[in-house]
Design a protein around this ligand. Structure first.
Ligand code: XMP
Ligand code: MG
Length: 196
């Protein structure tokens, strides 16, 4: 049904078929993940280096970094932009760097902050890249994981939610660059795809 049809409802809510993960669930899980990462890295002396892959992970990066700040070692925030050649709803595994890291990561403890792991192709490329830059360690925190991700040998140490193989939007995830600002994650109504 139509969500948030009131005056303060989001313009986008009418396009959402159903919510998969609510704003409150994301908030709770993010705090949980941050506590785990903080506990596991209490010993890291030069702090953690968080690497966010734009644009999808931007909301999670912002919230995760703040949650980590309450418990954890200091963190530096780094951003990369990559293009996985091709548009639409699937990833090809061929990756091109659009924006590289701003600093040397040699000897640093790196946490890749990911929105969603689907085929795992983007992530496995990224892990190889970061390791080739001589990071001391590279671990992954992903807010969402889809079932196909279990087929690839990508070690995702921290996972927020396992979600179905449906295409989802919100909390950074887009369809055609829209819906990123939704505070929750949901599935679009079929007619939204038919419109575009
Ligand atoms: P792979 O297949 O390489 O894909 O693990 C990871 C990237 O694909 C995007 N992705 C999605 N984006 N809704 C989106 O808006 C989805 O349901 C979805 N599934 C995968 C995303 O950019 C992710 O980093
Ligand atoms: Mg996208």
């Amino acid at each position: 049904g139509r969500l948030g049809a009131m005056a303060d409802g989001s313009w986008y809510d009418a396009d959402i078929d159903h919510v998969i993960i609510s704003e409150a669930q994301i908030r709770e899980k993010t705090a949980e993940l941050a506590k785990q990462v903080a506990a596991d890295h209490a010993h890291v002396e030069d702090g953690l280096l968080l690497v966010c892959v734009l644009k999808g992970a931007v909301m999670f990066m912002a919230d995760f970094a703040r949650a980590l700040g309450r418990h954890g070692p200091p963190a530096e925030l780094e951003f990369m932009a990559v293009s996985s050649y091709g548009q639409g709803t699937t990833s090809s595994g061929v990756v091109r760097i659009l924006k590289d890291l701003d600093r040397d990561i040699a000897g640093r403890h790196v946490i890749v902050v990911e929105d969603i792991v689907d085929s795992g192709l983007t992530l496995s490329w990224l892990l190889r890249y970061l390791e080739s830059r001589s990071a001391a360690s590279v671990e992954v925190v992903a807010l969402f994981r889809k079932p196909d991700a279990v087929k690839v040998p990508v070690p995702v140490k921290y996972v927020g939610f396992d979600i179905p193989t449906e295409f989802v939007v919100g909390y950074g995830l887009d369809f055609d660059e829209r819906y990123r600002e939704l505070p929750y994650v949901g599935v679009l109504k079929p007619e939204v795809y038919a419109r575009s």
